[in-house]
Design a protein around this ligand. Structure first.
Ligand SMILES: Cc1cc2nc3c(=O)[nH]c(=O)nc-3n(C[C@H](O)[C@H](O)[C@H](O)COP(=O)(O)O)c2cc1C
Length: 300
């Protein structure tokens, strides 16, 4: 068992809770929110308390929190309480520094489009403008604002319903869908850290949806306790939909390569060697073969 440090948030100060939470819940997407007050002053600020929570209705949620220093509310919140509309722009890496600049504590009424040198493009269905350089922008109506507290650091959930979506064409594929590999994504981590997420670091794993996966608990004990197979290996093995039959295991055991392998190994090395072989099959995406090998390992 790994050793752990356990902390009760009520026993430490607000800034420390803030730091633990924001370093732990990462990477977070960034909402670059454009709002307007009832005099028509435009505001643009980033928020990483942000995500999508529903597609029907299409709802995005972000949270301007009360200042940890003086408990004041963010201008973005004050604006949406006056004009219940927001454009949520998604940024890519080329917008990172201008986005960061826009988060400086400018006075209320100062337009951060101007301060950060970004282009205001008139929205179609709502008053606040969108960021012309953003790869994606969502015009939203604000359905609800839920205050989460009244002390420093307290969030205010803004539930925003998407009424119009804009995607730069260069980020779409031939089917008109957003191509994840075409955007240089950025995400917020703890402290001053960011993550750059692009084609080089992206990978896919098959979804287990609609599959009757056997689960790790159905794997032989020798596999579950293996020092060779990792948690990721066990997860892949558990995604198989059936356990190999005894007939399949006998066939595998009698195959020439397996007979030779087993004959040359000392008894105490057989299980770990077979687990290494199973890893090779997993790397080749031969999931059922890998599963048969770990079941055979239990019998040798
Ligand atoms: C990447 C990034 C993410 C941020 N996320 C949040 C957030 O989720 N909630 C928040 O209250 N402030 C967040 N901030 C700080 C605000 O952007 C900053 O306080 C800004 O001045 C608020 O502007 P406003 O008062 O004009 O709304 C973030 C800053 C950056 C750079």
């Amino acid at each position: 068992m790994n050793t752990c440090t356990t902390i009760d948030p009520s026993q430490i100060d607000q800034m420390s809770v803030h730091n633990y939470l924001l370093s732990a819940v990462a990477p977070r997407p960034i909402c670059f929110a454009s709002t307007i007050d009832n005099k028509g002053n435009v505001n643009l600020s980033p928020f990483s308390y942000f995500n999508v929570f529903s597609s029907n209705p299409p709802i995005l949620i972000f949270s301007p929190a009360r200042s940890g220093k003086d408990n004041s509310q963010k201008h973005t919140l004050l604006n949406v309480l006056e004009v219940k509309e927001v454009v949520i722009n998604i940024i890519d890496h080329p917008l990172l520094e201008q986005m960061s600049l826009s988060s400086a504590p400018y006075e209320r009424g100062i337009n951060e489009f101007v301060k950060s040198g970004l282009t205001q493009v008139k929205s179609t269905k709502i008053l606040p403008p969108r960021v012309g350089e953003a790869p994606i922008s969502f015009e939203c109506k604000v359905n609800q604002v839920i205050p989460l507290g009244d002390g420093p650091g307290a969030g205010n959930l803004i539930l925003a319903e998407v009424v119009l979506m804009h995607f730069q064409n260069k980020f779409l594929n031939n089917h008109g869908n957003l191509d994840t590999t075409k955007i240089d994504w950025v995400a917020r981590m703890g402290e001053s850290w960011y993550a750059k997420i692009n084609k080089e670091v992206l990978f896919q794993i098959p979804k287990p949806a609609n599959k009757n996966c056997i689960g790790v608990d159905q794997l032989p004990q020798s596999a579950q306790k293996s020092t060779v197979l990792t948690g990721n290996d066990l997860g892949q093995l558990g995604k198989n939909e059936r356990i190999p039959s005894q007939q399949e295991l006998d066939q595998l055991k009698n195959a020439n390569f397996m007979r030779n392998t087993l004959n040359t190994l000392k008894d105490e090395d057989k299980i770990s060697h077979l687990h290494q072989l199973a890893k090779v099959e997993l790397a080749k995406e031969n999931f059922l073969n890998a599963l048969a090998i770990v079941f055979l390992a239990e019998q040798v």
